[in-house]
Design a protein around this ligand. Structure first.
Ligand code: C5P
Length: 400
């Protein structure tokens, strides 16, 4: 399996004085498990909420708290912490910390380390909704964005202060994706990509539908990887149990016809289209308004052909646009893949062997045969996340 994007990366976590500080202790632990070299800097008020010992134990490193100390290392820490960082994550970021950062102040270890750094700084605000909504905070947020800091918007919901509104610390899943993006070469920056994923459901009546075994995992992994590499990602998804990857715009659809409508609406504006969805080839000819009684269900289900979305995209492909298809096959992978590549006017096709237990539908792992206009290549057996990155490596080379 491929290494985590965090492995060996020096990540500084700046913890400020908010009740949400305890959540960030869990993040430090997650990053340390992913082999990141985590350094934690705590402000004085952060230490009122969580002890440095907690962060030291979970990050596996000593925690920095003081600007001034007697030893040489402590004297230079305010410079070295920021200078050596690959990314700085300020979480939870209080209104006070954001005001000081927006003003470019350097009156404690955290703000000084930020000024001494050229690494990406990610700021995760967490505060009372009225504090977050105050014009002064809004102005500071705007200033931080202008300075090039990435602000990860807080969520809405019930706060510790029993008020409801915007200001709850973003979830780790979201923060992790932005942090991963900050550490990943941005070879898809400026590209708008469209990914489809999951199965489609073709209803017969309000209770029954025809569908297939697609879990959506491969398409979601492709969307997540594209966001990390800098793309603007639109994910048109059939019904799946998967959460939308952070930073990705998801549009949910159910049927092939709905998928076609959404895909065609976006296609012209995208430089890359990856059709990982397992679109049902047929739908019941008649959609019954009411549930069909079992005694009345006909022995033969009459089916109607669904539109082939990828074929349509291939016909209207504009110069420079990269079109990637998937094929689920259980035999003659190379022949079937090549036929589809040509018939649908694709640049690349990823052929899935659905015969194997650990490849194709539902599995966490995959092994695909990639066929392009110039040849074919069998990718290694690996996670779907790693497969997604290997696929993007090839797609990037095809971009004009
Ligand atoms: O021809 P086949 O269904 O095997 O081709 C699979 C590829 O075509 C996948 O990329 C799938 O998303 C796409 N497809 C489509 N519309 C259909 C059927 C398949 O876009 N109706």
């Amino acid at each position: 399996m491929a290494q985590s994007v965090f492995s060996g990366k020096r990540i500084v976590i700046g913890v400020c004085g908010s009740i949400a500080a305890f959540k960030v202790a869990g993040w430090a632990s997650e990053l340390a498990k992913d082999e990141a070299l985590v350094s934690v800097v705590m402000t004085g008020s952060a230490r009122e909420f969580v002890t440095p010992l907690t962060f030291a134990a979970l990050s596996g490193n000593e925690v920095h708290t003081a600007m001034f100390g007697a030893g040489r290392e402590e004297v230079m820490a305010h410079i070295s912490i920021g200078r050596d960082a690959d990314a700085i994550l300020i979480a939870p970021a209080t209104a006070n910390a954001m005001a000081r950062l927006a003003a470019g102040m350097a009156d404690d270890l955290l703000t000084t380390a930020v000024l001494a750094s050229r690494a990406r700084v990610l700021i995760c605000p967490a505060m009372n909704p009225r504090m977050y909504d105050h014009p002064a905070t809004r102005r500071n947020l705007q200033m931080l964005r202008e300075l090039g800091y990435w602000v990860i918007d807080p969520e809405s919901g019930m706060m510790a202060c029993k008020e409801e509104g915007e200001g709850r610390l973003a979830e780790w899943d979201t923060v992790r994706e932005h942090l991963a993006r900050s550490l990943t070469p941005q070879d898809l920056l400026g590209q708008r990509v469209l990914v489809t994923a999951g199965p489609t459901r073709e209803p017969l009546d309000p209770a029954r539908f025809l569908s297939n075994r697609s879990s959506g995992k491969m398409g979601y992994a492709l969307a997540r990887a594209a966001f990390r590499r800098g793309a603007e990602v639109i994910l048109v998804s059939g019904p799946t149990a998967l959460p939308c990857p952070a930073g990705v715009t998801r549009e949910n659809v159910r049927t092939a016809c709905e998928m076609r409508e959404r895909v065609l609406a976006h296609a012209d504006g995208c430089s890359v289209i990856v059709k990982a969805a397992a679109v049902a080839d047929y739908r019941p000819e008649i959609l019954h308004e009411h549930k069909v009684k079992k005694e009345q269900i006909a022995k033969e289900l009459v089916l109607e052909k669904n539109p082939d979305i990828l074929h349509e995209l291939g016909r209207r492909k504009r110069p420079g646009q990269v079109l990637v298809g998937f094929a689920a096959e259980s035999r003659d992978l190379a022949d079937e893949g090549l036929k589809k590549l040509n018939r649908k006017n694709l640049d690349l096709i990823a052929v899935n062997d659905i015969g194997g237990a650990r490849t194709g539908f539902e599995a966490e792992t995959n092994q695909i045969l990639l066929i392009s206009r110039t040849g074919s290549e069998k990718l290694p057996f690996t996670s779907k996340a790693h497969t997604a990155d290997l696929l993007w490596d090839r797609i990037v080379r095809l971009l004009p």
